[in-house]
Write a protein that binds this ligand. Structure first.
Ligand SMILES: CC(C)(COP(=O)(O)OP(=O)(O)OC[C@H]1O[C@@H](n2cnc3c(N)ncnc32)[C@H](O)[C@@H]1OP(=O)(O)O)[C@@H](O)C(=O)NCCC(=O)NCCS
Length: 279
């Protein structure tokens, strides 16, 4: 994949993996302990995973790294890392890296990519659910334990995104059509049932899930307090409590067959749109 001086390609040498490791450190601000060791990435790539970088000339601006995933009953990879150096962000590189990853998978008969992200990071939620059209069916409480860096003492709760590469929404997203541009079409992320579709502008009016209140609707809103982890570290007790409250509701909803399919802004703040999966 090439555009001007920019090129997306697989990493080729140990030095490039070392550069990727440094790009991850710069993107996340993690302490050295949490920085991905190049030998681990080389081993996972050698064993059926993939690592691709965005290069401008010789400089690696960002990368995506995935390991083989064998426990979902279908050919899949788990995309462990996506990082773009701070001085190269907001240029669309993360999307180019993910689209390269999608092509790489499709060429090998792999139809599913999973990864995790912090559900309170609005930026990542928008990238994953709106721009890439992944869905989220799983909540993983304190997945990595304490990771430090920008998280400090906060638990590392994660949403697990599932990117169904051959689904119509993902195909549209790969063509650069976002949900807003597909407004009015009957297809939903889980199928093609026009009954369960509401125009994106109307999604902010869906019934809202709160503690002890689960509306009997196939589409609901789950509000969340968006913010970078630093924000929640200011009042650690409240930050932890907010994560617990959100995690409890998400766990119940996913157990009842809902998936997060989008994220919207409401008058009260951002919220996930959850849709009940049809069997
Ligand atoms: C998240 C990250 C990979 C995005 O990389 P990027 O190349 O800057 O992202 P892009 O320019 O491709 O933007 C893609 C979409 O991401 C979202 N996004 C990215 N940066 C954003 C920002 N600063 N504010 C709001 N939305 C943002 C938007 O939805 C954007 O689409 P848009 O341009 O149509 O609004 C990068 O910020 C990063 O490395 N962050 C630290 C590590 C991390 O969080 N990794 C991802 C784990 S899932």
């Amino acid at each position: 994949m090439r555009s001007g001086r920019l090129r997306i390609r697989e990493l080729k040498s140990p030095e490039e993996f070392a550069e990727a490791s440094q790009a991850a450190k710069a993107a996340w601000g993690f302490p050295d302990l949490m920085v991905p060791p190049p030998p681990d990435m080389i081993t996972a790539t050698h064993s059926g995973g993939m690592t691709a970088g965005a290069f401008e000339g010789e400089r690696l601006l960002g990368f995506v790294h995935a390991v083989p995933r064998t426990n979902l009953g279908q050919p899949a990879i788990h995309s462990h890392l996506l990082a773009v150096r701070p001085d190269a962000q907001r240029r669309g590189l993360s999307v180019l890296l993910k689209l390269f990853q999608r092509d790489w998978c499709l060429a090998r008969g792999i139809g599913l990519v999973t990864w995790t992200y912090d559900p309170f990071m609005l930026r990542n939620a928008r990238l994953n659910l709106v721009r890439l059209a992944a869905v989220v069916p799983v909540f993983l409480p304190n997945f990595y334990g304490k990771v430090g860096g920008i998280y400090g003492e906060l638990p590392s709760d994660r949403f697990e995104a599932h990117w169904r590469l051959n689904s119509p929404p993902v195909e549209r997203a790969a063509r650069g059509e976002t949900a807003a541009e597909t407004k009015g079409t009957a297809a939903t992320k889980n199928g093609t049932d026009p009954e369960s579709e509401s125009a994106p502008g109307k999604e902010a009016e869906l019934p809202v899930v709160r503690s002890g209140r689960f509306p009997a609707s196939d589409r609901v809103l789950l509000p969340f307090p968006a913010g970078f982890p630093e924000v929640f570290r200011g009042d650690l007790a409240e930050g932890v409590a907010a994560r617990r409250r959100f995690g409890r509701l998400a766990t119940v909803l996913f157990a009842r067959g809902y998936e997060a399919v989008s994220v919207v802004m409401t008058a009260a703040g951002p919220a996930y749109v959850l849709e009940r999966r049809r069997a």
